[in-house]
Design a protein around this ligand. Structure first.
Ligand SMILES: [Fe+2]
Length: 348
């Protein structure tokens, strides 16, 4: 039954005269249920949920406050509106009523008009509160849905972009996706939160986007590059930054593109940054990128044997790579007993 349809009022009082009087007062408007002890009230509430409960403060055995504490522990009753009935008029009782979580209290002897008016007001407030809560819930759900849709869309756009880079460089099919996957795994293994893992996945997908600006004949050249051609290739990080700098909705999105060829010893490009001056995301991607380059087939060679890849990562530890992330990669290699972590000709 919805809150607006529920017309049941539970009255708990040890005095049967009081109960009958209250029933008489309320029964024309509400469906009245009476209980004359703590136990009887709890027994009823374990099966039914009234719209409101009127509790006598003083009862033999457990009193109204103890009953309220118990009601608040019950899963279905934790927000049941409760009103105390009391002959006490001291300030202490008044304060305690609200502190313990009751909505109101009504002074005995009961005056029918006052009781009816108070109940009516509390019930309409409750109705308003419930409809507000469901509205907030509905809006939150809507927002969550559109946020999710947007996330899916962003991932699709980024993946499409990444695949255009990989398509242009025909020897590195799936490179961006694999580097993204390995980067995320390194981040996961060093205990980065899921948000960071998702971010690095996106950033790594786009690390080579600048290759779009490099002529195909240089990118796909089988023979050794001339110095001039190599200098052209080295421009891809800066071109990447130019492409990505306008995507303000994703801060850091250009970090991978910009710094993935920096080296821990400072001998990389384009900025020649060293050590921890290189952004952490780029230090992770650099290891993943080098690993994938060695474990992918090229026109002029097949994937390197796993032991050779391992030696190269170890050799670059603290030189080309951040030693901590190189260690994680070494552990990933050691865990990959069947050498499955490499270009298998499939797209990810
Ligand atoms: Fe690159």
């Amino acid at each position: 039954m919805s809150v607006s349809q529920n017309k049941t009022i539970l009255i708990v009082d040890d005095d049967r005269m009081n109960l009958r009087f209250a029933e008489h007062m309320l029964s024309t408007t509400y469906n009245v249920v009476m209980a004359n002890s703590y136990e009887e009230a709890l027994d009823y509430l374990s099966k039914e949920l009234p719209a409101l409960a009127l509790l006598d403060v003083h009862m033999p055995g457990k009193n109204g406050f103890e009953l309220l504490a118990e009601i608040r522990k019950m899963k279905n009753c934790n927000d049941l509106p409760v009103v105390f009935l009391t002959a006490d008029s001291d300030r202490e009782t008044e304060v305690r009523v609200f502190k313990e979580g009751a909505q109101d209290y009504i002074q005995k002897p009961l005056v029918p008009e006052v009781v009816l008016e108070r109940i009516k007001r509390i019930l309409s407030l409750r109705k308003l509160q419930v409809s507000l809560e469901s509205e907030v819930e509905r809006r939150t759900l809507e927002l969550e849905e559109s946020r999710h849709k947007l996330q899916v869309l962003s991932l699709q756009v980024v993946k499409t972009l990444a695949s255009t880079i990989d398509a242009k460089d025909r020897y590195t099919n799936g490179h961006s996706s694999r580097v993204a996957k390995y980067s995320r795994e390194i981040a996961r293994r060093v205990g980065k939160p899921v948000e960071f893992q998702d971010e690095i996945y996106f950033v790594a997908l786009l690390h080579d986007i600048g290759k779009i600006g490099i002529p195909d004949n240089i990118l796909n050249k089988n023979s050794k590059l001339t110095d001039e051609e190599y200098e052209t290739i080295k421009q891809h990080p800066s071109i990447g930054v130019e492409i990505l700098k306008n995507i303000t909705g994703m801060p850091n999105i250009e970090i991978g593109a910009h710094y993935h060829h920096e080296r821990f010893d400072g001998k990389g490009y384009p900025e020649g940054l060293a050590g921890y001056a290189i952004p952490e995301i780029a230090r992770i991607i650099a290891v993943a990128d080098a690993y994938d380059a060695m474990t992918s087939r090229r026109s002029y060679r097949s994937a390197l044997p796993q032991s050779a890849v391992r030696s190269e990562i170890l050799r670059g530890r603290g030189m080309q790579f951040d030693p901590d992330f190189a260690d994680v990669m070494l552990k990933m290699i050691d865990d990959d007993v069947n050498y499955e972590m490499r270009d298998d000709g499939q797209d990810y």
